[in-house]
Design a protein. Structure first.
Length: 364
């Protein structure tokens, strides 16, 4: 497997300045790879109904072997209703059917997911405790000082459950129609463009910091407490631009509330085929920024258990129903073997370490 390398930037050619907006307080706290979806019961119910077909899917997965011990808990480090939680429930349904024991999702949100990750890192490696690790886990390795666990040392990778694209979007009043226009506008902007994100150290924040650094532009960062207020202020014209996960932006993209310029995946998104990738527009061939969700076990979990889980997920995603279920959640399926998943984690930790360093973001 070819491992993605961190985005290379020319430090001599690109300014370093990415200031916090002077009128807004600095925010300390969690960094999350997906927006904090504080959905009401009605919204949560609708999202779970969208995912409901996946509950019938695992019947097609062979009941390959007996599972050691009793029920298995899958820890989600975020609130119910978001992509992390729903992909965890997808995995629980698939694995529960495959192995004939209950796999139960347990939500433990807070502090950017670090307490939940630590809980699983310290759990017995017996196949009965798993975690749905998000892209934030790779960011947090550098962003948060004093972590008591190591993503690369303390976990046994199982597979990648899904990836969520980020979109570069601007307020429609900006005189830009594509990524090239935006680069020229950002370079010429006195004092830098004003861009928002879901918070300091979130993947959308770091994606913009990386992008501006690479193209030689400056930016003033306006951190929010979640994606929803950031998108709201972009629509209102209080900020000029942002990178954001596709699901929270899709409605405004369709209605014209924001103008989407490019998508951060390596290939165009199947649901948005006319939206070019960022890498198509500017000479950044390795610019790929996604919010991802993965399944990990504690280090030392028997390899046969890890391989069996990965095979069950892979079998489910080989079926059109499985792929469609992931798409309804707002993600794209990208199953990896345990070995491939380990290489992916190493590349992500390295990439986001560079991004955190360039942005200057830290959380005590």
């Amino acid at each position: 497997m070819e491992v993605e390398q961190p985005l290379a930037v020319d430090s001599a050619a690109a300014p370093r300045r990415h200031r916090l907006h002077p009128t807004l307080p600095r925010q300390r706290g969690r960094a999350t790879s997906l927006p904090s979806l504080q959905a009401g019961k009605g919204v949560l119910r609708r999202r779970l109904l969208l995912a409901a077909p996946l509950l019938a899917l695992p019947a097609r997965v062979a009941r390959a072997q007996r599972w050691p011990g009793g029920s298995v808990r899958i820890v989600s480090p975020f609130t119910p209703g978001g992509a992390n939680d729903l992909l965890g429930r997808f995995a629980a349904a698939v694995l529960g059917s495959a192995f004939g024991v209950p796999f139960v999702v347990e939500n433990r949100p807070g502090a950017g997911g670090n307490p939940a990750m630590e809980l699983v890192a310290r759990a017995a490696p017996d196949g009965r405790t798993l975690v749905v690790a998000a892209g934030a886990a790779a960011v947090n390795q550098t962003l948060h000082r004093g972590l008591t666990f190591d993503l690369l040392r303390d976990f046994a990778p199982v597979t990648l459950l899904g990836v969520v694209a980020n979109v570069l979007a601007v307020h429609p009043s900006l005189p830009v129609q594509d990524v090239d226009d935006f680069v020229a506008f950002a370079r010429a902007a006195q004092g830098g463009i004003t861009y928002g994100s879901a918070g300091i150290g979130t993947i959308p924040h770091l994606a913009m910091a990386l992008f501006l650094r690479a193209v030689g532009a400056e930016g003033v960062h306006v951190p929010y407490r979640g994606s929803a207020p950031a998108v709201t202020d972009l629509v209102a014209g209080r900020i000029q631009a942002l990178f954001e996960n596709l699901p929270p932006l899709a409605g405004q993209m369709r209605s014209g509330g924001v103008r989407a310029l490019g998508i951060s995946t390596a290939q165009r998104h199947p649901d948005w085929p006319d939206l070019p990738t960022v890498a198509e527009a500017v000479p950044l061939p390795r610019f790929e920024v996604t919010a991802w969700q993965s399944l990990l076990a504690p280090a030392g979990t028997p390899p046969e258990i890890v391989e069996a889980m990965a095979a069950a997920i892979r079998a489910a995603l080989a079926a059109e129903e499985g792929r469609a279920a992931i798409r309804r959640i707002g993600a794209l399926p990208r199953p990896l073997s345990p070995r491939e998943m380990r290489g992916f984690l190493y590349a992500e930790v390295a990439k986001w370490a560079e991004a955190v360093r360039l942005s200057g973001a830290t959380v005590e």
